[in-house]
Write a protein that binds this ligand. Structure first.
Ligand code: AMP
Length: 544
């Protein structure tokens, strides 16, 4: 027997309409691409997203059409999230940090009809002029005065487009399984692959991330997502802020430590989210100023593992609660949250920081399992590690128009292969050991590059550390530790290895340490192991 309840579809337009009706005065603040701070309310954002929906309709955009964005975190990008998806079109976020060849592939693979672009990205698009296949127009996200000089054909001005439209729009109802947005993985191996979210999956993800046990968004928080809106929908935060009336502060194109500090401080930000490399810059700035941004209480870190030393600095020196979220583009993206359980909260700080270095418990509705090479389930004892697979209502069931990648991505029970290697303990707490392609295979055993990096980052003269496997005639692979020294310091190799001796197993000790000025980053701001492996392609270990 079926229940007797209304079958109202869950649609993204409801988020902004709700935010505007019940938290309409909540501010959205942006450091604009042009420079000045812009501020307005959710109610105004709603009105402008309705103008946008009218404009899109006039331009002939229909249900299911792909409309791309090439933009930083700004109020206009926020409007695009709701205007495009609310109409039933697919909001396709392009990552401006990708190579021209990858952008060309993605724009054509998605068959984007329009691209809404920040003015600063005009040169990227000019480079692709002959390749913009089905793109009918480029809309620059600015007013007439700030329109870029460009050789691109069919260029429109966003503010003029909105100005000519009606400020009300009846958001249409349609099947909640309709595609809402499209985000390609950064494609470090092979071509980028498209995760195609639906209204239903996005709405369920939004409910889940807003919950107190996850991010805990609410109208008493002020949130600054440094994580870009082109990286897995900024982890769902723009949707969550609309649902809960959380004041949203957008950093635009400026991610430097001092610029982020200033914005956090001036806008009374309580909660921020980003990848560890960004927080490292903020930490430096906080150390320089000898204080934290005055209202900042919590920091959500994901995208790669947060070194324990960073958690200890933020919490021990500045009293900021740092916690992990783990997930993937294919997971909308949140899968776990590393907030401590009540029983852990009163533990001594060293124990708390150990616990916080783990990726945490699954958020409700995400299921996880670890398996061996044959796909058999492994025990969840916190020790045994294996490939991590997941399933849940906001996890991809295939890649957009990519049969081959879709076939390889799931096991026979339909669970998604994350490509991560992890342990899960008896409390269900998951810890990422490594990406399966980054783990170092030494003499038939595995060494976790993340653990080794974590230990090395505890050294007072090490600012950043990355570990890669280097071919070894006897052991197959051995770890090479690559270090960016703390400003002005010159740590010795032996000193670092000595420091590691009581922190990791003896056979995990790196065979060599190399020093570099900086680590290469991927398009989503993570340390690029692929580029490091290329850089050290001809390097020979002294032990080989
Ligand atoms: P992306 O799809 O670009 O978001 O990348 C997803 C991958 O980033 C995951 O499969 C993990 O390897 C890594 N990742 C994301 N969050 C974390 C985290 N909190 N700790 C460690 N690795 C993470």
């Amino acid at each position: 027997m079926l229940g007797l309840m209304m079958d109202r579809p869950l649609l993204i337009s409801q988020l902004i309409a709700f935010g505007a009706r019940y938290q309409g005065e909540t501010e959205i603040v942006t450091r604009t691409i042009e420079g000045p701070i812009h501020r307005y309310t959710i109610a105004e954002a709603h009105e402008r997203s309705m103008r946008l929906a009218n404009a899109l309709e006039r331009l002939g955009i229909k249900l299911g059409d792909r409309v791309a964005t090439l933009a930083w975190n700004t109020y206009r990008h926020f409007e695009l999230y709701f205007g495009i998806s609310g109409l039933g079109a697919v909001c396709h976020t392009l990552n401006p940090r990708l190579f021209a060849g990858q952008l060309d592939y993605i724009i054509n693979h998605a068959a984007d009809r329009l691209i809404f672009s920040d003015t600063s990205f005009a040169p990227i698009l000019e480079n692709l002029t002959d390749k913009l296949g089905k793109v009918e127009a480029i809309v620059f996200l600015c007013d007439r005065e700030n329109m870029p000089q460009t050789t691109l054909p069919n260029v429109l001005c966003y503010e003029e487009l909105l100005a000519g439209e009606d400020p009300s729009f009846d958001w249409p109802d349609f099947d909640e399984r309709t595609a809402s947005s499209l985000c390609y993985t950064s494609g470090t191996t092979g071509e980028p692959k498209g995760a195609l979210y639906s209204h239903r999956s996005t709405m369920l993800h939004t409910f889940a991330v807003c919950a107190a046990e996850s991010f805990g968004l609410s109208s008493s928080e002020v949130f600054l997502p440094v994580v870009p809106m082109f990286h897995a929908n900024a982890w769902g935060i723009p949707y969550g802020c609309a649902m809960t009336g959380t004041k949203l502060v957008m950093p635009g194109a400026r991610m430097e430590g001092d610029m982020i500090f200033e914005l956090l401080d001036k806008e009374d930000v309580t909660f921020a989210a980003g990848v560890p490399t960004v927080w490292l810059m903020l930490l430096d700035e906080m150390k320089k100023q000898g204080r934290k941004p005055h209202a900042l209480k919590s920091m959500l870190v994901g995208g790669s593992a947060v070194p324990r030393a960073m958690i200890a600095d933020f919490e021990g020196k500045f009293g900021i609660d740092v916690f992990h979220a783990w997930g993937m583009t294919e997971m909308s993206p949140i899968g776990t949250n590393g907030r401590l359980m009540r029983t852990m909260q009163n533990q001594p700080e060293e124990k708390r920081w150990d616990a916080k270095a783990k990726q945490g418990r699954a958020i409700f509705a995400v299921e996880m399992k670890i398996v061996d090479e044959k796909g058999e389930r492994l025990p969840e004892d916190g020790v045994v590690f294996g490939e991590l697979l997941v399933r849940g209502p906001w996890i991809a069931s295939g890649y957009y128009n990519n049969k081959k990648a879709s076939e390889a991505a799931f096991d026979k029970e339909g669970w998604f292969r994350t490509g991560d290697v992890a342990t899960i303990d008896t409390d269900g707490i998951m810890q990422i050991v490594d990406r399966s392609k980054d783990v170092i295979k030494s003499g038939g055993e595995w060494i976790s590059s993340i653990d080794l990096e974590n230990a090395a980052m505890g050294h007072p003269q090490v600012a950043q550390a990355a570990v890669i496997g280097i071919a070894h005639p006897k052991w197959d692979e051995r770890p090479l530790l690559i270090v960016v020294p703390e400003g002005g310091k010159q740590p010795g190799k032996e000193d670092i290895v000595e420091f590691l001796k009581d922190k990791i197993a003896k056979w995990w000790l790196p065979d060599d340490v190399q020093f570099v000025d900086e680590l290469p980053l991927t398009a989503t701001g993570k340390v690029s192991k692929l580029d490091l492996r290329k850089k050290f392609e001809d390097y020979k270990l002294p032990t080989a």
